[in-house]
Design a protein around this ligand. Structure first.
Ligand SMILES: Nc1ncnc2c1ncn2[C@@H]1O[C@H](COP(=O)(O)OP(=O)(O)OP(=O)(O)O)[C@@H](O)[C@H]1O
Length: 945
């Protein structure tokens, strides 16, 4: 081959090799790029799928959250709707047939809506706390047989299927007022979670019922007659074709005049009579003051006219004569306001077209909702309910309930010009109010035992405490009866609430007439304080003072004393002072806003009262319970004939023309009182203090208060502040104390209280006292020993002497300037054994010791024995300024007493009469403290090494 050919082949070979190499390189690069693209694509796909997973998760979460929120919102809405339904259709107006009983849920609010069934598909599980309970009511339950017609809607199975609460759980969580299967809670039943279908009738509307819904009529009528007080709904049935067989179970109402059947011949009269009723109600009852009976009821709380329901069953309205049609049209236009309602049953379109209409699946009052009608109530149950309503109606109007008389808004009134309170109902059904103020300023309440005085006072206090806040009204309540009628107003173990207006409650006062005095003295001090403030502000009465001193605290005061005759029944100093104080308070309290309410079984027998006509004249408000004597004017015999649980209220001093007979509600029953007190208590201000309680049966424990320097406390005085009875132990002649009587425990308590409080007073001030104890009564020894130990703990220097001679021996050497006490138990047991020198030393110590700050607090078991130790028959008692007598009769105290013949003192358990010549004008009653709680156990003391 030629060279060029070889060169050419070689060149082509090179070219081909290069091209191959390039092609390989290209292929490699392409493959690499493809690989990397694939990797990237895989990464993108991986990222995307991760994102997708994330997004799905977020979506799921959001969906779940939204679902949960939606469910909660639906739940809350459902709950709110159920609560609203329970309010709109309480008690018999809304209860399921299985739980139904006649019960008026009618208060002062509007007439109830009436349940006809339920809203279809409105079941929802109720979660969380159950619906608020409403006050329990009492009535007769529908018999068990009532549940025989149970429709699926009433089944608890619905609820279980919906995963809702069980009836038992709801009962537990809602408190005792929800009774599963009962009807104490008029709210929606715990076994029913679907929304009830409620339709308007009473006070609101007429109604048409289509033939396909006619089976709802008996239920609707039963709810109407059963959900208001018996007799307040009257049924008039026009039934030309006698199709109303289903209504025969209502027959019992007919006999009571609450139901009448009308045939074609009676239609005109019936229509005319109802039109006339409308006219009369408008002219005479509403009288231009109210636009409807509903408005009248809202304003006054009473329903003077019944509702009248005319039911037209398959009436061929088109065929009615023009007159009847015109009357029907009148009733349609004007009936509702006057309580006359039409219920037109049938498919007759000739009647008024614009009435709310109920069909088998809907009601125009419930637009957009599908209604499932309830089954009719079992006829046995209707019969029973009709009988019960008829009986109740025949028995007469039920007395007003306390709750119906009280204002809906608490504490809405000002007491500047006076105090108004509802106390019951008049025969016409009006709320009867009583006033206290400038006139009448004070009240006398009388009636024999069991006539209802205390109940009336409860009703009055309830009305006052609901109308006026504690800033407007302060109450002082005292009950001299054996018993504790006013204890409920104070905080107790069973019920920790109190009535926030009450400043003082006295219970079980029985013999402690002094506590009555203490209250009157306290009020007199308040009267003085108000009079001074009024003078400073140039005001003449409370109203002006409150204007002039808007920042001052000037509530009206009402002091109620039940069985006040106890305070005035004896002829003694207590009665004299009580009458004086009463006169003063009655005369001047009027202008200073202090009002007295005195109640008694037997006002006629109170000499102290009738001997003071000027006192009685101030009590112009008189309230006489049945058979009360002398509360009203002599010629006024209204109390002799007034019915049980009624009162004659008269604010013109009992003169016949001013009588008002009032039916008083049962205010004392716990069902009526406790919810009210709870409500008032919850509304109180955070700084509202519980009332002071004086309980005559309670023995006070030794106070932990620190007394003034050099002072001992002997017991609790009977006064409003429960102060301690103080004995000043300053360096001065006569500052000794004689405890007199034979009651060992009380005497030991008095000495112990005196020594412990004196020691406490000293140690609180960084000082010490010395105490010499000599106990000569074996029964008091254990207590004296325990006292010695307690005094040492209190920081006192204690010396124990086995006999009186030793205790008196070197008394002068013990006087070192610091306060020293001799505590001598049963001095007379030792003094009888003293020789002449010993007796002289005892006497000298009693006479001269106090000046050297050595004070003897001794217990003598009789006055003559004390006298003996002071020097015998002619001895003076100058060495003993203070004495505290236990079981010593008044006349025996004559030598020690400022009153000739001795004080009027009738010894009684745990009470002593205390007199300190240097401080008291008259002796005062003291309750010895119980000291055991502050003393160590005597056996523990004896075991000490
Ligand atoms: N308006 C009333 N409605 C129903 N029960 C009443 C009414 N008034 C009183 N009662 C009842 O009558 C009984 C006697 O009433 P209350 O204790 O008020 O009478 P009282 O005159 O204070 O009697 P006493 O002086 O013996 O205590 C009580 O059981 C009370 O619950």
């Amino acid at each position: 081959m030629s060279s060029w050919r070889r060169r050419l082949v070689a060149a082509m070979g090179d070219e081909l090799g290069r091209a191959r190499g390039e092609a390989r390189l290209l292929a490699e690069r392409t493959a690499e790029r493809a690989e990397s693209e694939r990797g990237r694509a895989e990464q993108v796909i991986g990222d995307a799928s991760r994102k997708q997973t994330q997004l799905r998760r977020i979506h799921d979460k959001m969906t779940a959250t939204l679902e949960a929120r939606k469910a909660a919102a639906v739940d809350a809405g459902h709950r709110a709707a159920l609560a609203a339904a329970a309010l709109a259709a309480p008690a018999a107006a809304g209860a399921l047939w299985s739980e139904w009983k006649t019960e008026s849920g009618l208060g002062r609010g509007p007439a109830p809506l009436l349940r006809v069934g339920r809203i279809a598909d409105s079941s929802a599980p109720l979660r969380g706390p159950s619906l608020p309970p409403t006050p329990p009511t009492t009535s007769t339950a529908m018999p068990e047989t009532a549940s025989t017609g149970r429709a699926p809607v009433e089944s608890g199975d619905d609820l279980a299927a919906a995963g809702g609460i069980t009836p038992g759980a709801a009962t537990a969580s809602a408190g005792s007022s929800i009774v599963a299967g009962g009807y104490d809670n008029p709210g929606p039943s715990v076994t029913e979670t679907s929304l009830p279908a409620l339709i308007p009738l009473l006070d609101r509307s007429h109604l048409r019922i289509d033939t396909d819904a006619a089976h709802a009529l008996p239920g609707l009528l039963l709810r109407a007659v059963g959900s208001v007080p018996a007799g307040l709904v009257r049924l008039h049935m026009y039934d030309p074709e006698r199709l109303g067989g289903s209504l025969s179970a209502f027959a019992a109402l007919g006999k009571a005049g609450l139901l009448s059947f009308v045939g074609p011949s009676g239609l005109r009269d019936e229509l005319d009579a109802l039109v006339e009723t409308v006219r009369r109600v408008n002219a005479d009852v509403l009288a231009g003051e109210h636009e409807s009976l509903a408005a009248l009821a809202a304003a006054t709380g009473r329903r003077p006219e019944p509702w009248r329901v005319l039911v037209l069953l398959n009436a061929d309205l088109a065929a009615w004569p023009a007159h009847d049609q015109a009357q029907l049209a009148r009733l349609r236009r004007t009936g509702v306001a006057a309580g006359v309602h039409l219920v037109i049953v049938g498919d007759d379109d000739a009647g008024p077209a614009d009435l709310p209409r109920l069909t088998a699946t809907g009601a125009t009052a419930l637009p957009g909702a599908t209604v499932e009608l309830d089954p009719p109530p079992p006829s046995t149950a209707v019969t029973k309910a009709a009988k019960l309503i008829a009986e109740k109606h025949r028995a007469g109007r039920e007395p007003a309930r306390l709750v119906d008389l009280l204002p809906q808004r608490l504490w809405n009134a000002s007491s500047a010009t006076g105090l108004q309170a509802p106390i019951g109902e008049t025969a016409a059904g009006d709320v009867a109010r009583i006033a206290l103020g400038d006139n009448p300023p004070h009240a006398l309440v009388g009636g024999p035992s069991g006539s209802g005085k205390t109940n009336l006072l409860y009703a009055w206090i309830a009305g006052l405490a609901s109308n006026y806040s504690p800033d407007e009204l302060a109450l002082y309540l005292l009950d001299f009866k054996e018993g504790v009628s006013f204890a409920r107003f104070a905080s107790g173990r069973r019920d920790p609430t109190w009535l926030p207006h009450v400043r003082l409650v006295g219970v079980n006062i029985n013999d402690d007439r002094e506590f009555g005095l203490a209250l009157l003295r306290h009020l007199k001090d308040e009267l003085r304080r108000r009079a001074e403030a009024a003078k400073a502000h140039e005001a003449t009465k409370l109203e002006e003072l409150r204007d002039a001193d808007p920042d001052g605290h000037w509530p009206r005061i009402v002091a109620v004393v039940d069985e006040f005759q106890v305070l005035l029944e004896a002829r003694d100093a207590v009665t004299d002072e009580a009458v004086q104080l009463l006169e003063d308070l009655a005369r001047r309290g009027r202008s200073q806003g202090i009002h007295l309410v005195l109640a008694s079984q037997d006002i006629a027998g109170i000499e102290a009262l009738w001997g003071r006509p000027s006192l009685v004249a101030q009590f112009t408000l008189r309230i006489a319970l049945p058979k009360a004597r002398r509360v009203l004017a002599e010629s006024n015999h209204a109390a002799d004939t007034v019915a049980r649980f009624h009162a004659v209220v008269n604010d013109e001093s009992g003169h016949t023309g001013a009588n008002r007979v009032v039916a008083v509600p049962n205010a004392g029953h716990a069902d009526a009182w406790e919810p009210l007190q709870q409500r008032l208590w919850e509304a109180r201000a955070s700084d509202n203090e519980p009332p002071a309680l004086f309980d005559g049966d309670h023995v006070p424990d030794l106070t932990t208060a620190v007394p003034e320097p050099e002072t001992a406390l002997l017991g609790q005085t009977i006064d409003v502040a429960s102060r301690g009875a103080a004995l000043a132990l300053h360096r001065a002649p006569g500052r000794n104390l004689a405890v007199l009587g034979t009651r060992t425990v009380e005497a030991a308590d008095i000495l112990a209280a005196a020594a412990l409080t004196a020691a406490r007073g000293a140690s609180e001030r960084g000082q010490r006292i010395g105490v010499d104890i000599c106990c000569l009564e074996p029964d008091a020894a254990a207590s004296a020993l325990a006292l010695a130990a307690a005094l040492e703990t209190e920081g006192a220097d204690v010396d124990w002497h086995d006999d009186l001679d030793a205790a008196c021996k070197d008394w002068e050497s013990r006087c070192d300037g610091m306060l020293r006490l001799n505590l001598f138990h049963a001095v007379d047991a030792g003094s009888a054994r003293l020789d002449a020198a010993g007796s002289a030393r005892l006497r000298a110590m009693l006479i001269d010791g106090p000046e050297r700050h050595l004070h003897t607090l001794g217990w003598w078991r009789s006055v003559p024995r004390l006298r003996e130790d002071l020097g015998g028959f002619s001895a003076r008692f100058d060495a003993v300024d203070a004495w505290l007598a236990l079981d010593v009769q008044g006349p025996e105290l004559a030598p020690l007493s400022p009153a000739s013949g001795g004080p009027a003192w009738y010894p009684r358990t745990r009470r002593g009469l205390y007199f300190d010549r240097a401080r008291h004008r008259v002796p005062q009653v003291v309750i010895p403290y119980r000291t055991t709680a502050l003393l160590p156990n005597p056996s523990a003391v004896l075991d000490l090494p």
